[in-house]
Ligand binder design. Structure first.
Ligand code: GLC
Length: 455
């Protein structure tokens, strides 16, 4: 969701803060760096430049990784009606807080998520350390509203980081700047003293996250409401982040461009040159929603992954575990199917180049070097064809089995022939088409030569 389009929610946010009436006293103040002012946080070209200078190195693994697991879990998981419930239903904070004791992710929950991510062919994870609700899934000296002091009485971020590392996965931390629980979370919009306090609190929590858990690979900011980059002192925020974690990558949701953009519930713009990552839900909900059974099937997920890979982007797929950390069986099943497909066909997804070949409609493509990967979503039977390929094809095989496929190339048309009537792989069958140079396609040539008239 684009933060700039949230005016209704912004209005509600102000209202919510008045309704909550929480005291400030529970929140400790981090040591204030006295020399900092909002003005000093304006984007500074030199720093942006030095972050840009290391970007290619820092992001190399991420570009190859392609596929990650997003995890939304918090007090909202107890209520089972998505993660916006506190705000959307104008729930008083005291009522929301009454659900905290029932928030009990099992001690091995994080290991389960990490194993599932690994089995699904994912290479990194991103966990909600703090969502808009304000509850910290980690130990904090700055607020008692955290998972060690309350609820599970364990540091869920620590468990998550070590589980991800055990599986060899990269570790991402999601952090929502917007905060419905902290009394300054809304007040900061129109009260300079509150803004200063809240910015120090925010920077302080981020500092804890990036200091106490070893190496963190991604900082995934979210929802910069109600301030702008100057108000959040986002430049200073990023400087601190990079001082603590020089190899980290950050997204663009603290109102600075960061290292990558974050299209939501849609495939990124494949024409943009900036790095991008599409985040999407596996059903329609980020936080657990008991009645949302609209699971995407494995074909849709693999297809989305292919489309992201073809466009040079990443795919961050969300699961919303229950309050005990368990993952609904339906999503586990779908992810297992995805994992089995990736196990056999991952070569066509990871570390691929941007792809410009894009027809016919029943297929999509990825490419790497001289190899074009043709992914068939709807198996047409006996033969398939690609129009307008302007590179010479040398060989074709099923990627999964390595079995060669007979083909003919003539008049801007490549036909793969003698295929079985039923698709040999599930949910998508992939061919590896080796060309004499990086594959290119020109559909205009097809029209100009009116090939269809003399086939
Ligand atoms: C949307 C949701 C938010 C979620 C985010 C993930 O903005 O409102 O709850 O965390 O998407 O990108």
């Amino acid at each position: 969701m684009d933060a700039d389009t949230l005016s209704r929610r912004q209005v509600l946010l102000g209202l919510g803060a008045t309704l909550t009436g929480a005291g400030l006293s529970a929140y400790a103040q981090p040591p204030s760096p006295t020399s900092q002012t909002a003005a000093s946080s304006m984007p500074d070209d030199a720093t942006q430049g030095s972050q840009a200078a290391t970007r290619a190195r820092r992001m190399e693994w991420w570009h190859q990784a392609r596929f990650g697991m997003f995890i939304h879990i918090g007090i909202y998981s107890v209520i089972e009606r998505k993660e916006w419930i506190l705000q959307e239903e104008a729930m008083p904070l005291s009522e929301y807080e009454s659900f905290v004791p029932d928030y009990q992710p099992a001690p091995d929950a994080a290991r389960g998520w990490a194993r599932l991510a690994k089995q699904s062919g994912m290479h990194y994870m991103v966990l909600t350390a703090k969502h808009h609700e304000g509850f910290c899934n980690f130990e904090s000296a700055l607020t008692p509203y955290n998972a060690v002091a309350e609820g599970p009485h364990r540091d869920l971020v620590r468990e998550y980081v070590s589980a991800a590392r055990e599986e060899g996965l990269r570790v991402g931390i999601y952090y929502s700047l917007m905060d419905w629980h902290h009394p300054d979370g809304a007040r900061c919009a129109h009260d300079e003293a509150a803004r200063k306090r809240f910015v120090e609190y925010t920077h302080g929590l981020i500092r804890e996250l990036l200091t106490n858990y070893g190496k963190i690979d991604i900082l995934w900011y979210d929802m910069p409401i109600p301030l702008d980059a100057q108000g959040w002192e986002s430049q200073r925020m990023n400087e601190m982040v990079f001082a603590l974690q020089p190899d980290i990558i950050v997204n663009d949701r603290n109102k600075l461009p960061g290292d990558f953009t974050t299209p939501e519930q849609t495939i990124g713009d494949t024409n943009i040159k900036r790095a991008w990552e599409s985040c999407m839900t596996i059903n329609e909900s980020w936080g657990y929603e008991r009645a949302d059974l609209n699971w995407k099937d494995s074909r849709t997920i693999v297809r989305n992954l292919i489309d992201c890979s073809a466009g040079g982007g990443n795919y961050l797929l969300n699961i919303g575990p229950r309050k005990d950390g368990s993952v609904p069986a339906a999503s586990v099943e779908v992810l297992r199917e995805v994992g089995v497909w990736i196990e056999a066909n991952g070569e066509s997804i990871f570390a691929t180049d941007r792809c410009t070949v894009d027809s016919p409609f029943y297929a999509s493509y990825t490419q790497k070097g001289n190899v074009l990967y043709m992914h068939i979503h709807f198996w047409p039977g006996t033969y398939i064809a690609i129009g307008g390929l302007t590179t010479e094809v040398r060989s074709v095989k099923y990627l999964k089995s390595g079995t060669p496929v007979r083909f003919e190339q003539k008049d801007l048309r490549v036909r793969l022939v003698d295929l079985p009537l039923e698709a040999p792989d599930f949910p998508i069958t992939t061919f590896a088409i080796e060309c004499s140079s990086p594959p290119t396609q020109d559909q205009n040539l097809v029209s100009e030569n009116r090939v269809r008239l003399h086939v």
